[in-house]
Design a protein around this ligand. Sequence first.
Ligand SMILES: Nc1nc2c(ncn2[C@@H]2O[C@H](COP(=O)(O)OP(=O)(O)O)[C@@H](O)[C@H]2O)c(=O)[nH]1
Ligand SMILES: [Mg+2]
Length: 346
Amino acid sequence: MKDILSQIKSELGKDAVILSKREIADKTFGLTARPLIEVTAAVDFDAGISGYHLKTSGASSGMPEPALQAFSGSSTEHLAEGITELKDMIKELIAHSGMKLHEKNPLRKKLLSRGIRPNLVDVLLTKLGAGAKESAVRSLLGKLVRTEEPAASRVWVFMGTTGVGKTTTIAKIAAGGALNHRRKVGLITLDTYRIGAVDQGRIYAKILNIPFMSVSSVSEFRAALGKMGSLDLVLVDTVGRSALCRDYIPHLREYLDGIDPCTFLLMPVATRDSEMDTVTRTFSGLDIHRMIFTKADEAMHSGSVITHNLIHRIPVSYITTGQRVPEDIEKASSSMIVHRCLGDRI
Ligand SMILES: Nc1nc2c(ncn2[C@@H]2O[C@H](COP(=O)(O)OP(=O)(O)O)[C@@H](O)[C@H]2O)c(=O)[nH]1
Ligand SMILES: [Mg+2]
């Protein structure tokens, strides 16, 4: 803990503030989960937004330019000492930021009711000052939320836990590419667990009249990519029984090694904050280039998208809004994300 605190200060400067601290069990490493301390720290937004993700357990973070980041370090015998120091820093933060001042602010209530994480709400309101108007919050969030088109690559890989909407989203994108832009699109399913979950992809490919291949080894995958070499875009569906199981990420990494794809992590908007963090941490071992938030139509509010974006800084490319293929998908923009979150729709 002492090391983490001095690292925070040396990396983020003396203005760094601690926002929260909690013990977590890092499931990334399987059944014998190691206890980790997660400390969320931040510097003022004006200071150019800096921070980083410190891991002590070997998994790479792959998270670019974080605004607000989680600092994780393994528990040490200096814990008690560290906690005292943390308490002092938190007291200082409360006095400094006027968090108490925000407690009665109706805008705070609204932001919280839309699912933005409390410590982020307090940082935003502190930044904008006690009398902040909603328009100022919208404008600040509009500047902070990162969205981007998919990275330039012929191979787009769709990752995420089971049932998040990978196959459906791929069908929507394939249909958009094949029908609207007349691009030659192909579909490959990585049936890494041989669970026969390829039929859905095969059916979509048949309807869209695009090439489809299901592969169950790295060499088959390379061969399939070779066969689809003349296509403009190859969409890769990853099937996994449990993405959080120990072997999944290294296994997927073997498939993607040397291919230089654009990778997407798909996440339903209604996913709990802590689960979003765990899944993102797990998949960050593979480099996540873009986010696709799915099932926005099923979420009561969409502050989770903003929270995830401010914490993890992975640009959002698409939001999906229903089961209809190909209609229910929208290109993401920061204004659309802010409007979805703070608009009248609740
Ligand atoms: N309401 C809603 N349902 C969706 C959306 N995207 C996918 N689904 C549904 O979620 C379920 C799982 O989707 P699927 O594509 O099979 O998920 P996968 O396991 O990640 O490939 C299916 O019933 C889809 O129709 C969406 O944007 N909104
Ligand atoms: Mg699927």
